[in-house]
Every structure is written in C-alpha cells, then in structure tokens.
Design a protein around this ligand. Structure first.
Ligand SMILES: Nc1nc2c(ncn2[C@@H]2O[C@H](COP(=O)(O)OP(=O)(O)O)[C@@H](O)[C@H]2O)c(=O)[nH]1
Ligand SMILES: [Mg+2]
Length: 248
C-alpha cells in the first residue's frame, strides 16, 4: 500500500444520496487502485453514511447540514492532515464519470487546480435564459482573474494539488455555487494556477438535484454577489506588484 502522498483522495460531498452513493463509491474505487474515497455525509436523514461505508468509503458525518462548501473544507482538512498531495471532488449522484477523474487529475501537471468542465451540454445541464447568461458572465469574469480561458466555473468536478489543498483549508466558503466561484477567485488571488479539461456530464442516477431551477437561479445570483465581494477583497489585499510592497 502506497503512502497517502502518492495516493489520491476522492472527496464526495453527499446529502441524502443513499440511493446513489454506493454505486458511485464502487465505481470510483473500481476505476483506479490509487484512489481513497472520503464521503462527507452532510447531516443526511437517510442511510447515506451506511451505504457509503458498505461500498468501501471512509465516511465523515457532519452533525448538521453545512452545505457543499463546508463539506469540502472538511475533506480538504482531512487531506492536508493525512498528507495527501492531490485531492479531487466528485459528486455522489453519479453525474461525474469516475473514468474522467484521471483526466481531471492530469490537469494538475501544469496547474494547481484543474476543473472538469461541462462543454457538452447534456442532460439537466442544458440551461437557458438568465441562468445561462449568469454562468457565462461568471466564467468570463473568473477567466480574467485566472488569466486563462475557463468556460465552466461552477463545476464541482475539480482537482487540487497540495498548494491548493492548503489554500482551501485557509479559505473555502460554505455556500452552494458561491463556494466554487469564490474559492476559485481567492485561489487565483493567492497566486494559484487554474486550468480546465473537458468532461461530459452524465444524468443523475436517482432523485432530484438539491436545488430546483428557481433555487439554482437564486444561488447563481448569490454567486454573482460572492464574485463581486471576492474581487473587491482581492483588490484590497493583493500584493502591489508596481512597488513590490506586499500587503496580503
Ligand atoms: N455535503 C453536502 N453535499 C451536498 C449538499 N447539497 C448537495 N450536495 C451534494 O453535492 C453534489 C451535487 O449536488 P446536486 O444536488 O446534484 O447539484 P447539481 O448537480 O449542481 O444539480 C451531490 O453529490 C449532492 O449529494 C449539501 O448541502 N451538503
Ligand atoms: Mg447533481
């Protein structure tokens, strides 16, 4: 058995996913023997923790619901303490194909954070109207901050190297969607490099998304605010490159 530093921690945030998480964990473990799976059961009221454990995952149970960001920060803290050099976030519902984890991890060869981006708009990801505009606007704005072209900054399918894990333990907001965008902007401001690799999204196995269309739109609006705040915060705390004065 290799040491944690040579293995990859797959962090699976899960909230009431008893019907999906077992299949997802088995699929992940079956796709590479370098993966350790950590399921963060975020105050589920169904059998999520048990289903995950039976399938072979390590499980951490949060006493009440913190949201995806809170769960991920817990997972990154675990990764840091256990000495993992690489961690990747994979959804419990089956939408992220475990066969693509390797591709997303490979993105870390030239970057600190690698995003599995949903280029192909399949299944319930064919969003239109204001939600679509908001996603495009978010992607363009974060691309400018990251100084690279990113097309899907709200994707939860993301890998992090040790520098990014350390940064996330420092700062990772709890808010759904705000978490992905805000944590990315903060990471860019801390000097981390972001890249993306294309992945196709599969349909959710069972159940419904935690946010319906209206909830998701509201969260997208909130993530626009989160982005604005993150940009302002960056402008205040970023090192001044012209004078060499470092204030962060
Ligand atoms: N830890 C945690 N996970 C959550 C929460 N809400 C959703 N998730 C998980 O996050 C992943 C994505 O959630 P989902 O509802 O499918 O969002 P969507 O794919 O963006 O529509 C799934 O694995 C969910 O179980 C939450 O409040 N806490
Ligand atoms: Mg989903």
């Amino acid at each position: 058995m290799k040491a944690a530093k040579d293995r990859i921690l797959v962090i699976v945030p899960a909230w009431n996913e008893a019907r999906n998480v077992g299949t997802t964990v088995r699929e992940i473990l079956g796709s590479s023997d370098a993966y350790d799976v950590l399921v963060i059961d975020d105050g589920s009221t169904d059998g999520t923790a048990n289903a995950a454990r039976v399938a072979g995952a390590r499980v951490m149970i949060l006493p009440f619901n913190l949201g995806v960001g809170g769960a991920m920060r817990t997972g990154f803290t675990y990764a840091q303490r256990m000495g993992y050099e690489r961690a990747v976030q994979v959804d419990a519902d089956g939408q992220h194909n475990p066969a693509d984890i390797g591709k997303v991890i490979d993105g870390l060869r030239g970057a600190d954070i690698s995003i599995g981006a949903r280029f192909a708009e399949v299944g319930d990801y064919s969003v239109r109207g204001p939600r679509r505009w908001a996603m495009v606007f978010l992607a363009r704005t974060v691309s400018r901050v990251a100084k690279t072209r990113l097309t899907d900054v709200t994707s939860g399918f993301r890998a992090a190297n040790r520098r990014a894990i350390d940064q996330y333990v420092e700062y990772y907001p709890a808010e759904y969607l705000g978490d992905t965008v805000d944590s990315l902007v903060a990471a860019c401001h801390a000097g981390l490099k972001v890249t993306q690799v294309p992945v196709a999204m599969r349909p959710r196995n069972h159940g419904t998304p935690s946010q319906g269309p209206i909830g998701a739109s509201v969260y997208l609006l909130r993530s626009l605010f989160a982005l604005a705040l993150a940009l302002v915060r960056g402008a205040v705390t970023r090192p001044r490159s012209d004078s060499g004065e470092v204030t962060a």
